[in-house]
Design a protein around this ligand. Structure first.
Ligand code: MN
Length: 424
């Protein structure tokens, strides 16, 4: 898809360093707060937030389908209700305004001072009011690894796995923005040697390296969204750390699946990178064998080449890289996930969040959870102070970063980071 705002040769009159995740080709959306001020909708270029409310008030959004209330608010939902064509036009306008040769805003210092806010002065808030949260399980290597660890390496994938994008309904109330520290969850667990369950803090706290996509308003209940239509219903993406308490999960999950071992906290990165900005990084997906049902067939390149990294930062120590993976390792792509989700007539709404599932690559070093990295605790990871990690300890910070790179353009997400505080 040829979108002018994606042109790799574009440069901006705002200085952006080569290593930045936020060149003029990105222009993600988020919600910012400055001091005690009211939250408002923003974009970002380099080390500056772009205050979209101020841009609107100053008259730079003429002939766009937006009103002041779309930006003078604490979530992107109102803006997203304008749909793909609305947000695409908005990003194209921002691209124009900040291009090197455009003088509409450039040089008008009294306006620039209102519109560009140094990120040092900005607090990032939860960007989207999430209605429903669904988490998929779409990385083959992850599903294979978990099957090996808990069942049988010879039949690691369950019989349905290559026929349906497996998923479950999660909980949106505990999806929180990067930087919000949280306490180790407590609950029921049954250690293998115990005869009865015990109650207490989770001893097997884990991260899950995932991405999330967020939807526009869907169709009415009873209608479906095809793989061909899916792009028009996906606004953008973020990094997602879908924390898991493996001991709580292990005791509770039969027969109905994930519950309290999963819903105590999930963190997202705060800048939503539009699907439009990610278009240049599309690549073919894996050959799907056996052949999928017709409603899951798709045309074109629907996977995305996106580098994903996880680091553990113990208190007072340097961060340690524990995983380098890539979103391209997904077996099922987002179009297939959305088509499957709606094939029964289930309706999606503006701001719904869909998790990819843990994204593991085929090699060691590419596994997206401590469960796999430490191979259920048998391969501990050394830390700078000589200690080791099988799972995540109190006061550890887990940091995930992600970016796409091609033709000298780097489109990134920033990071999603959160520190685990001791159980209360
Ligand atoms: Mn998950």
């Amino acid at each position: 898809m040829n979108l002018p705002a994606n042109n790799p040769t574009l440069t901006s009159w705002v200085e952006v360093s080569k290593e930045s995740d936020f060149p003029i080709q990105n222009l993600p959306f988020g919600v910012i707060q400055v001091g005690e001020g009211k939250p408002r909708v923003a974009s970002r270029i380099g080390d500056f937030a772009i205050d979209l409310k101020s841009l609107f008030v100053l008259g730079y959004m003429e002939n766009l389908p937006f009103v002041l209330e779309d930006f003078d608010t604490n979530s992107l939902n109102k803006m997203m209700l304008k749909g793909k064509m609305g947000t695409r036009k908005l990003r194209e306008r921002l691209s124009k305004l900040f291009q090197s040769d455009n003088t509409d805003l450039q040089g008008k210092q009294h306006h620039v001072d209102q519109v560009l806010i140094s990120m040092d002065e900005v607090t990032m808030l939860m960007p989207i009011e999430i209605g429903d949260y669904t988490d998929f399980y779409s990385s083959e290597q992850h599903a294979f690894n978990v099957g090996c660890l808990f069942r049988d390496p010879n039949n690691a994938l369950l019989p349905n796995w290559k026929h349906i994008p497996v998923g479950y309904h999660g909980r949106s109330s505990s999806i929180v923005p990067s930087g919000l520290d949280f306490h180790r969850p407590k609950g029921q667990k049954k250690p293998p040697t115990a005869e009865v369950p015990v109650y207490g803090p989770s001893n097997l706290l884990d991260f899950e390296l995932e991405t999330a996509f967020f939807t526009y308003q869907g169709k009415p209940l009873g209608e479906t969204i095809s793989t061909a239509e899916a792009d028009d219903y996906i606004f953008g993406m973020a990094l997602l750390n879908d924390w898991s308490a493996r001991d709580i999960q292990g005791w509770e999950y039969v027969p109905l699946g994930p519950f309290l071992g999963k819903n105590f906290a999930s963190h997202i990165s705060c800048w939503i990178v539009t699907l439009d900005a990610l278009e240049p990084f599309r690549i073919p997906g894996p050959v799907q064998d056996p052949k999928v049902q017709p409603y899951l067939e798709y045309e074109g390149d629907k996977h995305i080449d996106m580098n994903l990294d996880v680091f553990i930062k113990p208190e007072g120590q340097d961060e340690v890289s524990v995983c380098h993976s890539n979103f391209k390792y997904m077996y099922w792509n987002m179009n297939q996930q959305l088509a499957h989700h709606t094939v029964n007539g289930c309706n999606i709404r503006v701001g719904d969040c869909m998790g990819s599932g843990t994204i593991s690559g085929p090699e060691e070093g590419e596994f997206g959870s401590m469960l796999e990295i430490s191979w259920k605790g048998t391969k501990p990871v050394p830390m700078p102070d000589g200690s080791e990690r099988k799972f995540i300890l109190d006061n550890d910070t887990v940091i995930m970063r992600g970016y796409c790179e091609k033709d000298g353009v780097r489109i990134g997400f920033g990071e999603v980071a959160a520190k685990v505080l001791p159980a209360t």
